[in-house]
Design a protein around this ligand. Structure first.
Ligand code: TLP
Length: 359
């Protein structure tokens, strides 16, 4: 059975061009700064995002942790969304390894935190308070169904940060998706941030890695912190080569808009199924969230298990809310949409699959 995998865009496999580039990559010892492929990736990524320097890291999590620790000292506070990846899904690493305290805010449905609430969260000069050091945004914002944050919103947050002498980090795991959705070049989305991480895996399909970008001075500090986490990767050009192909061939607006269009078409089909609640206006990039109505005859776990039995993978995102997430990506093709919809219909209603779909 061929699997249709909608669990995440993290499941993307390297393209044939990536495998070829990996096989032929010139390499050296990156801890000595001597890997030409890593150096090329770091330079190209920094140039694309309009920053002075870049650092190849193993994952989005390592990039975010490295950035937070390069900006903050122990006991400092960072302001970020309660539904941000850094707060929810990075194993409290900033607290565990950096002693950094999160001050979390709610998200609006459009993925923004209110500017007023950000201002209120910044600590005053009082002996009892921690020092606020950092604001962290996420673009696209996974906790708001992959909503893209506009350059204008980021500029306004950055103005608040500057006024209070704070740093601004963007977890841009899906920054290129935001760019494609908004029609705004990535350098404009990165312009007002002190640091940005983006993932070469996920939507861009590389097998491994993220890049952290910022000023030369910031990246020099980040480089040392990455080493302390065991992130000095030696002949890493073998994987950076795939990252270069991801940047050059997989980050274009037309490419990523295919994933966004597929998400929209799939979401519209899901909206027409019984027992489904979905707000189509919130499907903005490559993520779809929907929930089961209270009268649905099965649980969200049973829906997921039933779909899996027919080769369609999607995970519940909240069992309590009976909610499921689907993420489209390069390896999810448009002709899979009718298959997913028919499988969902069959599992939800108990009526067998239509013949056209059964393989
Ligand atoms: N997100 C994964 C899971 O960890 C939830 C996913 O399937 O979406 N920032 C954002 C916004 C992310 O969504 C992720 C991964 C990361 C950072 C971490 O990246 P990795 O997995 O490379 O450490």
């Amino acid at each position: 059975m061929t699997l249709i995998d909608l669990r995440s865009d993290t499941v993307t496999l390297p393209t044939p061009a990536m495998r070829e580039a990996m096989a032929n990559a010139p390499v050296g010892d990156d801890v000595y700064g001597e890997d030409p492929t890593v150096n090329a990736l770091q330079e190209e990524a920094a140039a694309m995002l309009g920053k002075e320097a870049g650092l190849f890291v193993t994952s989005g999590t390592q990039g975010n942790l490295t950035a937070v620790l390069a900006h903050c000292a122990r006991g400092d506070e960072m302001i970020l969304a309660k539904k941000s990846h850094i707060f929810q899904y990075e194993v409290a690493s900033a607290a565990a390894y950096g002693g950094v305290q999160p001050n979390t805010l709610d998200l609006n449905p459009d993925g923004t935190m209110s500017l007023d609430e950000i201002r209120r969260a910044i600590r005053g000069n009082n002996a009892h308070y921690p020092v606020t050091r950092l604001i962290a945004l996420e673009n696209t914002q996974g906790g708001a169904w992959g909503a893209p944050l506009s350059a204008d919103y980021i500029r306004q947050v950055s103005a608040i940060a500057k006024e209070h002498n704070l740093k601004l980090h963007i977890d841009g795991a899906r920054l290129f998706n935001a760019s494609a959705a908004l029609g705004t070049p990535v350098n404009q989305l990165a312009e007002h941030a002190d640091s940005v991480t983006f993932c070469l895996s996920k939507g861009l399909s590389a097998p491994v890695g993220s890049v952290l970008v910022g000023s030369k001075e910031f990246i020099a500090r980040a480089h040392k912190i990455r080493k302390s986490f065991g992130g000095g990767m030696r002949q890493a050009g073998v994987i950076a080569a795939a990252g270069l192909i991801a940047l050059r061939e997989m980050s274009g607006w037309d490419r990523l808009r295919e994933d966004h269009d597929n998400a929209r078409i799939l979401a519209e089909g899901i909206a027409a199924l019984p027992y489904i609640e979905i707000d189509l206006s919130r499907v903005r990039t490559n993520m779809i969230f929907f929930s089961l109505t209270p009268d649905a005859p099965i649980s969200i776990e049973a829906l997921s298990a039933g779909m899996k039995a027919h080769g369609v993978l999607a995970n519940p995102s909240s069992v309590l809310d009976r909610q499921m997430r689907m993420v489209t990506h390069y390896w999810f093709k448009r002709d899979s949409i009718p298959v997913v919809l028919d499988v969902m219909r069959a599992v939800l209603t108990g009526v067998p699959l239509t013949e056209t779909v059964v393989k």
